[in-house]
Every structure is written in C-alpha cells, then in structure tokens.
Design a protein around this ligand. Structure first.
Ligand code: FE2
Length: 355
C-alpha cells in the first residue's frame, strides 16, 4: 500500500486502510473501491491523505503505531472529557478511569513493538486537530519513554502528562484558542496561562500523580529558560515536561492547524534538531529522532537520479537512507525495482531530494 494526498485520489482506486467518519464509525473498509461520491465524502470529512493499494505498492505494509480502535476510542473519550471540563470545570472519577485505560492501552501497544520505527503518516491521516493531537502527543511521548527504558509506572505518569498536557486550554476563551490568524500580544498572554490552569486543575484530582501535573505545568518551558510560565531551565524542567514539549511541537508542525498548514516530516526534524539546547533537551531529541521514520513507509520520494520511489523500510541507524521501490523514471512508470539506499553500492551517490 502507499500513502497519497487527497487531491491525488482518483475513481476506482482501492483503499489500503479502513476509514472512519466523524464519530469514529467505520466508513469504508480496506479493499473498498473509491467512487466520486466517496472521494467527496473523504474530502468533506477533512482527511488529508489515504492509503491505497495498487500494483506498484504491492508487498509494502504499513503497521499501525497503536491499534486503530484504541486510538479512535481515545479520541472520542478526550473529546467528551475536554468538553466536560470546559463546561463544568470538573471531571468525573469514571472519566479519569477511562483515560487511565486508554493510556495503559497505548503503553501496551508500544511495549509490544519496542523496536519499531514509528511511521508518523499513520498518525496523520485525519485533520481533526485537538483530540487527535493529544492522542498523538501521548503516543510519541511514550515512544521516547520506552526508548529511555522507563519503568512501567513512570511510563504511565508520562502518558498522563502527555494526554492531559493541554487540558488547561479549556479555561481559555474558545475564540482565542481557535483564532485562525496571529494572536495579539494580549491574547498570547492569555494562552500562556494554560499550563498553570492545567496544573491547578489536575493537582486537585487526588488520583493524578504529582510528576504528571508538574509535567503539564512545564510543557512550554524551554531548555534555555526562555519558555513559560518561566521558572526553570535545562534538566531542572520536569522530564515529562521536556518530553512533551518536543513531541507537542513536532506533532503540531506536521499537522494542519487553524492557523497554519502542515509541514513535511523531514522539515519538522530539521526544526527540532535546530532547537536542541535552545528550546529542547538535546539528548531527548536524539532519542526521539532515532525512533521516527524521517521518510515514512508508503510515502513517495523523489531521488536525485530523476526517479520516484515508494519507501519500503526504515533503519534506526540510517534514517535518511531507507529501502525504496523505484517505480518512475523521468515521470514515466517503469517496471518497479527495489533499492536499499543504506547498503546498495551502486546507489551510493543517489540521494532523496527534499521538495
Ligand atoms: Fe500547550
């Protein structure tokens, strides 16, 4: 299967992964043939891309980072929770329990695939920002936690800090949070109160561990001390806060938001790397960047020898040189052949062109 953006979907293409609708109900099964009616529906729902099956992508499988059903369950639950908090400024014990279950489910999935390199496109097919973002941040944070070999109980605390990191935004006027343009300095000052609101809110909930709500308080602190609320810097920033700040920025940059378009993963990688020691903890960045695919499996890349290829496999020790299947030369389809950019001597001078 391979990933294509919505504007490239055509009649009769075969769907590679199931699609869900607004309420996470099954919309189309894997293997469904796409018609004009379905393509319009996919666009209406805000999908930015889909996986399709075709001859050139045969044999390329994209593994789910976390079970699709669990992710959808998490998204619906977070939507309900965030709305509950916005309305009542409270949260029931039952909701807390349900969120704990989702966090534990995410940890189980990631522990079961410890050595996997994460295919971020898998987290990026849907353009509903807030709730998907919170789930993505949780998934990516736990991936760093597992790579750091944190104990299970600490993975859980990290999972809570990440899933709740923006709960304080429910205390900020919705018109400021969803404003499509640039915020005024006054509005930005109001947005900046959300880590503290989140901290205060979670602190009052007896069952949330201290390290989790301190992580929420610190998730916009910067490594060089210029972040907000602005009390700490470097390693004195709570480790969960330091992890969340990296994955929060990374997921935001690679998602379509009310005020900006998504940027490609390799550009977000560059941004995060460039901010090592400034905004982010450089050691944690190195761990994170080893665990995510810079060129995700199933995506199309252009190579410097005027060919196009689909990414087949990534290597943790060589993230810029994946194994690919070449299927076009000078924009014309050819009989596909595989090239391992990491090991094939004959392709040593061929590079992926970022554009
Ligand atoms: Fe935030």
């Amino acid at each position: 299967m391979r990933y294509i953006s919505v504007d490239r979907i055509k009649d009769d293409m075969i769907l590679g992964k199931e699609l869900v609708g607004d309420n996470c109900q099954l919309l189309l099964k894997r293997g469904a043939k796409l018609s004009e009616k379905y393509i319009d529906k996919i666009k209406d729902l805000g999908y930015i891309g889909v996986y399709i099956e075709d001859k050139v992508s045969q044999g390329i499988e994209v593994e789910d980072v976390v079970d699709e059903k669990l992710r959808n369950k998490g998204v619906l639950l977070l939507e309900k929770t965030f709305k509950e908090v916005a309305k009542d400024k409270g949260i029931s014990d039952e909701t807390v329990e349900n969120i704990n279950d989702v966090v534990n489910g995410i940890i189980d999935c990631i522990l079961a695939n410890k050595n996997a390199i994460v295919n971020l496109m898998d987290l990026k097919v849907y353009d509903e920002y807030t709730y998907y973002h919170s789930i993505n941040v949780c998934v990516l944070a736990v991936i760093i936690g597992v790579a750091l070999e944190l104990k299970r109980e600490n993975l859980f605390k990290l999972g809570l800090a990440s899933i709740y990191h923006d709960i304080g935004k429910m205390f900020v006027p919705v018109k400021i949070i969803n404003k499509p343009g640039k915020l005024t300095p006054e509005e930005f000052d109001i947005v900046k109160t959300h880590p503290r609101h989140g901290y205060e809110f979670l602190k009052n909930k007896q069952t949330i561990p201290m390290n989790s709500y301190v992580g929420v308080l610190h998730h916009h602190e910067k490594y060089d001390g210029t972040g907000y609320p602005g009390f700490v810097e470097g390693k004195r920033i709570n480790i969960y806060g330091r992890i969340v700040s990296i994955v929060d920025a990374f997921d935001a940059l690679t998602s379509k938001r009310p005020y900006a378009d998504a940027i490609p993963i390799f550009e977000a990688v560059e941004y995060v790397q460039g901010n090592g020691g400034v905004a982010f903890d450089p050691e944690l960045i190195n761990i994170f960047l080893r665990k995510i695919a810079h060129y995700p499996v199933g995506t199309t890349v252009s190579l410097s020898d005027n060919t196009s290829a689909i990414v087949m496999e990534n290597y943790e020790d060589c993230p810029l040189r994946p194994k690919v299947k070449v299927y076009k030369e000078f924009f014309k389809e050819i009989e596909p052949y595989e090239v391992d950019l990491k090991t094939d001597e004959a392709f040593r001078n061929v590079t992926i062109i970022n554009k």
